[in-house]
Design a protein around this ligand. Structure first.
Ligand code: HEM
Length: 143
């Protein structure tokens, strides 16, 4: 169960990043032109992707051997990362993307797409900075 969730979480990162980048590109294209027909799907799929990844992450948080609150864990970068940094930054990113989606929904074009562009871009930057990329030496892989 743990290994399946861990690899699902690790692999889903690529789908979440692809959906997020697609949403940012669509928002950018739409915010710079006047046509008003609303494209809902890219932003809805993006939201669903980040929520599923967050849910799997939260389950992992309670079963992963990498999450430990042993004595002095805050002084050990890998323990501090999985116990505090990764979960808090990813929850912040998920909240920002969710706020952007619901705020955008209540606005008209082109303002709606400016909102979706800005909130998803901020979300992307936080997520990229909070992923345990293999070159960060946090014991995580590419998949
Ligand atoms: C609240 C949200 C999240 C929580 C609580 C969470 C929790 C975790 C935990 C506990 C691990 C360690 C799993 C292990 O190796 O034992 C982990 C690993 C990881 N997380 Fe998250 N995560 C969250 C969101 C995300 C998001 C949004 C992404 C990327 C889009 C992400 C990408 C990863 C990656 C790539 C790993 C490394 C997996 C590996 O070892 O290959 N996480 N996460």
């Amino acid at each position: 169960m743990y290994n399946i969730l861990k690899h699902a979480h690790s692999g889903l990162r690529w789908i979440v990043l692809a959906l997020l980048i697609a949403a940012i590109i669509v928002a950018f294209k739409k915010m710079s032109n006047k046509d008003t027909d609303h494209q809902k799907q890219p932003f809805l799929f993006n939201l669903i992707g980040i929520h599923i990844q967050t849910l799997i992450g939260l389950i992992l948080y309670f079963i992963s051997p990498k999450v430990s609150f042993a004595e002095g864990f805050m002084k050990v970068s890998e323990l501090r990362f999985y116990a505090v940094e990764h979960i808090s930054m990813m929850i912040i990113a998920a909240i920002i993307i969710t706020i952007g989606y619901s705020k955008g929904k209540r606005q008209d074009a082109p303002q709606r797409y400016k909102t979706l562009f800005i909130f998803n871009l901020i979300g992307l930057i936080i997520i990229l900075a909070s992923i345990p990329w293999p070159f960060r030496g946090l014991g995580a892989g590419w998949f």
